[in-house]
Design a binder for this molecule. Structure first.
Ligand SMILES: [Fe+2]
Length: 259
């Protein structure tokens, strides 16, 4: 049995035994986890990685948000900008300080690479200093795989479940200048700079500026995520600016696809 298969077996028990499977936020994260596993597999295939690296990437994807389940249970929301809860750090603690990792993965051979990938998966800026080439590769894979599922979720999933805001908060708010300017400069958005509902929405779209692999851009293009996310709401106060941002995002995508 490969590492992923046995890790997944325990993952199911772990989730079912510790969390309420009728809780929307728990279900949302279970769905997200498996979508990220699929995305990681997709990226590995496109990068022509061997079986072992693909197996490691899938295990990392399975475990990357393990801290989110406790976050959903205890905080009832995923807003780290207002709660100071860091799900990546909690995940690392749970797996490597409480040694929960041994229930998922028999061998300790890949502990460091799994730990680094989980610790770095959601950081605003990924600092690769001190990491090995293999660790850097796995960090990049999980960062892209995670963001790709954020794009899917923003098209179809319930906004309140994801971000503790309502459609009206996005439709009836104004864009903070810094958010607009960062986006137009092709920068990802720092969580603490977001002031309004529409700022939050824009920050998710700005993930496009932080991807590592061409195949990630290909998937976004294939699924037409950018247009679908912009189309999801009516921007009652910011129609013109949102159109500028849409054009910026679409042009950026085209630039990445030909580079
Ligand atoms: Fe995630």
């Amino acid at each position: 049995m490969n590492m992923y298969k046995s890790a997944n077996k325990y993952f199911n028990d772990f989730i079912n035994n510790n969390f309420d499977m009728n809780d929307e936020k728990i279900l949302h994260k279970v769905k997200h986890t498996y979508q990220v596993v699929n995305n990681a597999k997709y990226i590995c295939e496109k990068l022509n990685l061997d079986e072992l690296n693909t197996d490691i990437a899938m295990v990392i994807a399975l475990l990357h948000d393990i801290g989110r389940f406790t976050q959903a249970k205890e905080m009832k929301n995923f807003r780290e900008d207002i709660t100071n809860f860091d799900h990546a750090t909690l995940g690392v603690k749970l797996l490597f300080e409480k040694n929960e990792i041994r229930n998922f993965v028999n061998s300790s051979k890949y502990d460091e690479i799994i730990k680094q990938a989980i610790a770095n998966h959601s950081k605003y800026i990924f600092d690769d200093s001190g990491l090995s080439d293999d660790e850097i590769l796995q960090c990049k894979i999980i960062r892209d795989a995670d963001k790709l599922d954020s794009f899917r979720a923003k098209v179809v999933d319930d906004i309140y479940t994801m971000a503790n805001i309502y459609a009206e908060d996005i439709e009836n708010s104004v864009i903070t200048d810094k958010i607009y300017n960062d986006f137009m400069c092709e920068k990802t958005i720092l969580s603490k700079d977001r002031k309004t509902g529409i700022d939050m929405w824009i920050s998710y779209i700005a993930f496009i500026f932080g991807l590592n692999f061409k195949c990630s851009y290909q998937l976004i293009k294939e699924k037409d995520y950018i247009n679908k996310i912009f189309d999801r709401f009516e921007y009652k106060l910011e129609d013109k600016k949102m159109n500028d941002l849409r054009i910026k995002a679409l042009n950026y995508l085209e630039k990445k696809l030909i580079s």
